[in-house]
Ligand binder design. Structure first.
Ligand code: ASP
Length: 438
């Protein structure tokens, strides 16, 4: 029998109705054996996520503000689910234990992790699966960095003991002290990917509240087409530019083990969703996979005649950024000039310092700064093998009367990056999408 690992996000475990849906999904396929769950998320727009409430409980406790009532709101969410579905599980003693740990000054990571912990206990009891705690299986070094290989070993060993199991997402423990350590927000996606790798799963199904990825942001493009199939590389480019459905780090364990990821919708389980696979198993005729973008960026261009002959010019410029701990996104270069494209939030109020360091250390002929630039990534495995892509993009933007401030083919050849003024961002995305949607 094959193995499928599934992860259900916060909205999929938000209440009894959702849990009922996930039970139907799991019982529809006996290969769906290892399940990772988030803490209950929002049931409606103005609702609270359990994770956020637990952060708040800890903050209140730290400031000597009574937190018991707030904790009761958390407890009531779980009790409501237990009651609706008539699940036979002892929650009361667990709440007592958590409360006494909170009163005794437990760590933030411990208290916040209880959201996933209680969720997994409930779901395991509801499905009749084993509950497997991840505290001693997902391992971190003492700086809180995930130890992927040790994690894989520990998880694989544990999985041998369980035919079917439910795991809490979002946390593990420090290898040395054993204490709880959280992943970053949205980290249950990463747990799911780690479990899929350790299980040698045939597929990692990531169940959420949308039917996969769309070719563009639906807030900008009307009814964009869904992406049926995309490679890990393309996904990385798109998510870096803001098209997020999956936690960025969730890709690596599955990619390493060559396990496809399928993004699915708990509320529309019949939809096929998006399949993400390695490049080699990807074959598609289509040119464009998706468009994403973000802003504002600042573009700093340094000009110096004969720059091309001056060895170390770019290195010295990058040294300035390194010293000021500023990361950059792109460096398009010319013969006597090059630009640094930097997310404006990276620069904060350091722009004057950056410019004077450039003057000082590089003696450029001139420096120009463009602020409020939006970057758009046009991504597709087909871009590199298709003639005339750049002209499709530039013509679309010219027809829309949009000035291109920067155009750069990514080194990976699966993306074209362009910069426009932020005010033209939405129109530019629509124009490019329409140009390829023929
Ligand atoms: N519950 C955590 C969060 O809200 C982790 C997750 O859902 O993946 O970030």
């Amino acid at each position: 029998m094959g193995i499928k690992t599934l992860k259900f996000g916060g909205s999929s475990v938000a209440d009894g109705i959702q849990l009922n849906k996930i039970r139907n999904i799991i019982s529809a396929d006996p290969e769906r054996r290892y399940i990772v769950v988030s803490a209950p998320g929002k049931r409606f727009e103005k609702d609270n996520k359990i994770t956020d409430l637990l952060f708040l409980c800890k903050a209140q406790a730290d400031h000597n503000i009574p937190w018991e009532q707030l904790f009761q709101v958390v407890a009531d969410r779980y009790l409501g689910i237990k009651r609706t579905l008539d699940i036979d599980v002892d929650l009361k003693s667990r709440f007592e234990e958590i409360k006494s740990n909170l009163a005794a000054g437990c760590s933030q990571d411990y208290i916040v992790s209880r959201g996933e912990y209680l969720s997994a206990i409930l779901v395991a009891a509801y499905l009749g699966f084993d509950f497997v705690d991840t505290q001693n299986l997902i391992l971190f070094d003492n700086k809180g960095r995930l130890l992927p290989e040790e994690t894989n070993e520990a998880l694989s060993e544990e999985l041998k003991k369980h035919e079917r199991a439910v795991f809490p997402g979002f946390y593990g423990g420090y290898r040395d002290s054993g204490e709880i350590c959280l992943l970053s927000r949205g980290g249950s996606d990463v747990t799911g990917s780690l479990v899929a790798r350790a299980a040698g799963a045939d597929i990692y199904e990531n169940w959420t509240d949308v039917s996969g990825l769309l070719m563009a942001d639906p807030r900008i493009v009307k009814n964009p087409k869904p992406i049926e199939h995309i490679s890990y590389m393309e996904l990385r480019e798109l998510s870096y530019m803001g098209a997020g459905v999956l936690h960025e780090e969730a890709v690596f364990p599955c990619r390493k083990a060559n396990i496809p990821i399928n993004i699915r919708n708990t509320n529309a389980p019949e939809d096929p969703g998006t399949i993400i696979t390695t490049e080699s198993t990807y074959d598609s005729e289509k040119v464009l996979s998706g468009i994403a973008g973000k802003h504002p960026f600042t573009v700093i261009t340094l000009h110096k005649s004969m720059m091309n002959n001056e060895i170390g010019f770019v290195r010295r410029a990058l040294g300035v950024l390194e010293d000021l701990r500023i990361s950059f996104d792109h460096i398009p270069t010319g013969i006597d000039s090059f630009s640094l494209v930097i997310e404006s939030s990276e620069l904060e109020d350091q722009i004057d310092e950056v410019l004077s360091a450039f003057e000082h250390r590089l003696h450029p002929d001139s420096i120009t700064v463009f602020e409020d630039i939006a970057l758009i990534a046009v991504v597709g495995m087909g871009l590199s093998r298709t003639v005339g892509v750049a002209s499709v993009i530039t013509t679309a933007l010219a027809d829309a009367g949009i000035n291109i401030r920067l155009l750069n083919q990514g080194a990976s050849e699966i993306n074209v990056i362009l910069g426009v003024e932020s005010k033209d961002f939405n129109r530019a995305i629509c124009a490019i999408y329409d140009a390829f949607d023929k």
